[in-house]
Design a protein around this ligand. Structure first.
Ligand SMILES: [Zn+2]
Length: 254
């Protein structure tokens, strides 16, 4: 049974039997993996407390071809990111980012670039004050979307690809996958209009940059836009539970 060593981030944890846990891992070198951590619930587990949600570590996986559930041999934590569990805004944000990767990337789709974008996003969020946790989550989410290859078109028409250089609002269509020139906008009814600052924010976030200034109203509008965009690009139509909690969690925290 080949033993694969790779960096991994814990995206989901649930108990399995009296003694074990099943984890969903995003790995640097082996895509998304579901693994069984035998004995992880025992008080003297060899995994210790390393297998917490959002922790990153050096994992050893025993991979068998054709299996959905693989075996986790060891996990040496390098970043626990315990800060994510200490603030509701950070926690629901990290959960939404984890869901994004679990739902949108296939088992073989997690590239090194996507893994690093996820690690950066989790680090940024772990370091974020409560007031900027939503902006840090939006930034991480758009960067993940970009790394997964479906970033919206922002500078050119998503339909005819003509460059658009406008200071004012532009039509934006989730179906088309970005901004539209006025001529093409007629082909995509039901879109919305996006002001320049919102377009710049999405472009910046998609490239991993952070916004110094993003007030709560703007952040909430971006949250809605991101949800609509993800719904459009999700084929299965199942609800995004963690994303919903992120949207509602921000309301509860007011
Ligand atoms: Zn066009």
């Amino acid at each position: 049974m080949p033993l694969v060593e790779t960096d991994a981030i814990v995206l989901h944890v649930f108990d399995y039997s009296e003694t074990s846990r099943i984890l969903r891992l995003a790995t640097r070198d082996a895509g998304l993996q579901s693994v069984l951590a035998r004995g992880a619930r025992r008080s003297k587990s060899r995994f210790g407390s390393a297998l917490d949600l959002f922790a990153e570590g050096a994992a050893q996986l025993q991979l068998k071809d054709g299996r959905d559930l693989q075996t986790l041999a060891s996990f040496d934590v390098t970043r626990s990111r315990s800060e994510l569990g200490e603030d509701m805004g950070r926690f629901v944000g990290a959960s939404a980012l984890a869901e994004l990767v679990l739902r949108f990337s296939g088992a073989d789709d997690v590239s090194v670039a996507l893994f690093e974008a996820l690690a950066d996003a989790m680090d940024n969020l772990a370091a974020a004050q409560h007031a900027v946790a939503m902006e840090a989550t939006l930034s991480g989410a758009w960067r993940l979307v970009a790394e997964m290859g479906f970033a919206p078109s922002i500078d050119s028409c998503a339909s005819c690809h003509a460059l658009i250089d406008a200071a004012g609002d532009l039509p934006f269509s989730h179906t088309a996958g970005g901004v539209l020139c006025e001529r093409c906008a007629r082909l995509y009814p039901g879109g919305r209009r996006l002001p320049l600052d919102a377009r710049r924010a999405i472009a910046d976030w998609s490239q991993g940059r952070r916004l110094a200034d993003c007030d709560e109203r703007a952040a909430k509008a971006h949250q809605r836009l991101l949800r609509e965009f993800l719904q459009e690009h999700l084929a299965d139509g199942r609800p995004l539970r963690a994303f919903d909690a992120w949207e509602q969690g921000a309301l509860v925290a007011r």
